[in-house]
Design a binder for this molecule. Structure first.
Ligand code: KG4
Ligand code: ZN
Length: 358
C-alpha cells in the first residue's frame, strides 16, 4: 500500500453527509455515509435548511469514521477531493469548508469535483476502469442527464431534463400513492406486484433526436389518473381485465393492486424513456460502453433494461454497486484522484456552485 495514491473525498451536496478514502482512484478503503432520510421523510422531500444543519452536525463524525475504517493515517492522504457543485448551496458549503480545512491542516492539494460527473465515475469503484468513449446516463433526485465521456474527467453534456429529474418524479409519484419517502425504492417494491401495462402513461420528448427529458407531465398524468380526471388513459388490456370497474376517484378508493399497477406502469414509462434516450445518445456518439449512475440507477427495472440494451448494441454495460448509486464520497475521491494525477488541483478559495449546466 505504501506506493498507492490515496485521496480522501467529501460529499454533502444534498441530504447525505459522506466521507471516503480511496486508493488509486478505485480501491475503496472506507465509505462513510450519514443519511438524513428520516429527517426529511415527513416533508416528502429534502428541506434545504434542515439539510445544511444536519450536515454540520454529522461532518466531523463521518470524516473520523472514514479515517478509522480505512486504517490510513492522515499523513498518507495525497489530496482532498470535494464535490463543490452542483447541489444545495448551504449543504455544499458545509462539505467545502471541511475539505478546505483538512487540505490546509494536512498541507495537501484540494481538488474540486462536479457531483454529477462523480456519479458517472461511480461504476469504476471497486471495479476495473471504464472503457471510453462511454455514454453515461445519470439519473438521481436532482439530475437527469446524458453525457459523452471520453475519459473520467472529459465530459460533454448531450441532454438533460427540462423540468423534474427522474428521481424527483419517483419521489412525487410515491407521495401521490402514499408509498413514503424516498419514493424510488418504495415504487420499485410496489411495482413488483403490479402490471406495467395496466395504465398507459405518457412517454415524453421522444420525437426527433432530442436527448432532453421531461418528467413533470408524467407525474401529472399519475395524479390525474389517481383522482379520476377524464382523459387519464387506462390500457385496453387492463380495461378489459377490469371491465365494469369504476375509474379511481382518489387514493382512498384504490386497492393495493391498483396502486401496484400504477407504480409498475409509472416505472415502466420512466424506464422506457431512459432506455430510448440512452440508446439514442450511444448511437449518436458511437459509444463502446454504457454507464449508469445516480440514485435511480439502483432501480432493478432500469438495470435490466440497460443490460438488454447493452447486449443488443454490443456495448459493455457498467453499473455501480448499489451503495455507490446513491450519494457517496467514494465517487468524489475516485474521480478526484484523476484530477489530482492530471495536476488539476484548485486553490483554497474554491467556491461552491448550486447550478452548473455542463
Ligand atoms: O443520487 P441520489 O442519492 O441523490 C441525488 O443526487 O439526487 O438519488 C436519490 C434519488 C431519489 O429521488 C430516490 O427516490 C431515487 O434516487 N432512488 C431510486 C431508487 N433508489 C433511489 N429511484 C428508483 N428506484 C430505486 N430503486
Ligand atoms: Zn447525487
Amino acid at each position: 500500500m505504501s506506493k498507492q495514491t490515496i485521496v480522501l473525498g467529501i460529499e454533502s451536496s444534498c441530504d447525505e453527509t459522506a466521507c471516503a478514502v480511496v486508493a488509486e482512484g478505485s480501491d475503496v478503503l472506507a465509505n462513510s455515509v450519514a443519511s438524513q432520510i428520516e429527517l426529511h421523510a415527513r416533508f416528502g422531500g429534502v428541506v434545504p435548511e434542515i439539510a445544511s444543519r444536519a450536515h454540520i452536525e454529522a461532518i466531523n463524525t463521518v470524516i473520523q469514521q472514514a479515517l478509522d475504517h480505512s486504517g490510513v493515517s492522515p499523513d498518507r492522504i495525497a489530496a482532498v477531493a470535494i464535490a463543490n457543485e452542483p447541489g444545495l448551496i448551504g449543504s455544499l458549503l458545509v462539505g467545502l469548508m471541511a475539505a478546505k480545512t483538512l487540505a490546509w491542516v494536512w498541507d495537501v492539494p484540494l481538488v474540486g469535483v462536479n457531483h454529477v460527473y462523480a456519479h458517472a465515475y461511480s461504476a469504476a469503484l471497486n471495479a476495473g476502469p471504464i472503457e471510453y468513449p462511454a455514454a453515461a446516463l445519470i439519473c438521481s433526485g436532482g439530475h437527469t442527464a446524458l453525457y459523452r465521456c471520453e475519459g473520467p474527467t472529459q465530459m460533454e453534456l448531450l441532454g438533460s431534463t427540462i423540468d423534474d429529474a427522474a428521481g424527483e418524479a419517483f419521489d412525487k409519484v410515491a407521495s401521490i400513492l402514499h408509498l413514503g419517502y424516498p419514493g424510488g425504492p418504495a415504487i420499485q417494491r410496489a411495482a413488483e406486484h403490479g402490471d406495467p401495462h395496466a395504465v398507459k402513461f405518457p412517454r415524453t420528448l421522444l420525437r426527433g433526436q432530442s436527448l432532453d427529458f421531461s418528467f413533470s407531465g408524467l407525474k401529472t398524468a399519475v395524479l390525474y389518473h389517481v383522482n379520476g380526471v377524464p382523459g387519464a388513459r387506462r390500457h385496453k388490456r387492463a380495461r378489459k381485465r377490469k371491465a365494469g370497474a369504476a375509474r379511481p376517484n382518489g387514493i382512498e378508493n384504490l386497492s393495493e393492486q391498483d396502486i401496484a399497477d400504477i407504480a409498475a406502469s409509472f416505472q415502466a414509462a420512466v424506464v422506457d424513456v431512459l432506455r430510448i434516450k440512452l440508446r439514442r445518445a450511444a448511437k449518436h456518439m458511437g459509444a463502446r460502453t454504457l454507464v449508469l449512475g445516480g440514485g435511480v440507477s439502483a432501480n432493478s427495472a432500469l438495470r435490466s433494461a440497460a443490460s438488454e440494451l447493452a447486449e443488443s448494441m454490443r456495448c459493455t454495460l457498467r453499473l455501480p454497486e448499489l451503495r455507490f448509486c446513491v450519494d457517496n464520497a467514494a465517487m468524489t475521491a475516485g474521480l478526484g484522484y484523476h484530477y489530482f494525477r492530471a495536476g488539476q488541483t484548485v486553490p483554497l478559495d474554491l467556491t461552491a456552485r448550486a447550478t452548473v449546466r455542463r
